[in-house]
Design a protein around this ligand. Sequence first.
Ligand code: ACO
Length: 316
Amino acid sequence: MVKARITGTGSYAPKRILSNRDLEKMIDTSDEWITERTGIKERRIAADGETTSDMAAKAGKRAIEMAGIEPDEIDTIIVATVTPDMDFPSTACFVQHKIKAHKAASFDIAAACSGFIYALSVGDSLIRSGNSRYVLVIGSEIFSRITDWTDRNTCVLFGDGAGAVVLGKATGHKGIISTHIHSEGSSWKLLCASSHEENAKTFIRMQGNEVFKVAVRALEEVAIEALEQSGLTGGDIDWFIPHQANERIIQATAKRLNVPMEKIYMNLQSYGNTSAASIPLALDEAVRSGKIKDGNLILLDAFGGGFTWASALVRW
Ligand code: ACO
């Protein structure tokens, strides 16, 4: 049976670092509060004029290089983002132009922090159906531009970045085993950002502790869905790479799944919550640092605004 396999990974983070100490000078907060409640120490901020597609293209090129193919060989580009360059064209169309992926189909997916796994799920289907030979799947976000830098409840949480994978065909036991994607729109008000309401500024609005509770439950449920479908348990996982929102959410989820701390890959201390970029950014770091080894079983798990939630099981 034809499967899709991740053949290359790449990431990009803007140079500018905003630390918790920097935030202490901007709002009524402290490094201790942010570290204890979230695990975040610093985050990256895109430069003036730097766009979501600039970052996506850089991450995408690195993934294409690792995959050992030419940009021209990419049939489809999918960018997961809720902070696009423009309403239209899609951010993916800008990426297509910037990386010179001649005539590749390009479109965006908006599923907030679950966006990367949603995009991976679509890319996986395109490969398995034979519709595409290579798919470039990217998560890229500039949350610093939709953050209210006077709101201490939200501005300490988010950051900017991009991560990408190339999907190609695989046979045998390696590749994407399954993906699982869900949504429930009724609680949208708990986590949203809009420029489409009268007098609205595009700022994130969030009821943090409500989101926290729903997130832990949904992350557990969708991870179990993936494991059970393959007759596996948390004990079979070599690497758990969850959406990097909050260390306490990740720890609570891992505990419910019986995944020990040493099998969790976390880099939120350096980047904060980069929404759709967080999982591919963490995956790329884990791959390039040699932590992920041939044959490892990886569980990806995400939750975000919508609400949306998603998981994927991958045999490396
Ligand atoms: N610095 C200092 N104090 C703060 C700050 C801050 N940056 N922010 C809030 N506080 C205060 C609050 O005002 C409150 O004070 P009060 O008791 O006097 O009213 C106190 O700290 C506790 O506030 P809570 O909101 O109850 O704190 P909580 O422990 O829930 O932590 C947090 C807040 C970190 C936002 C947590 O709820 C959380 O992580 N929620 C999940 C949200 C999340 O990760 N969202 C990202 C989106 S999810 C996804 O990725 C889509």
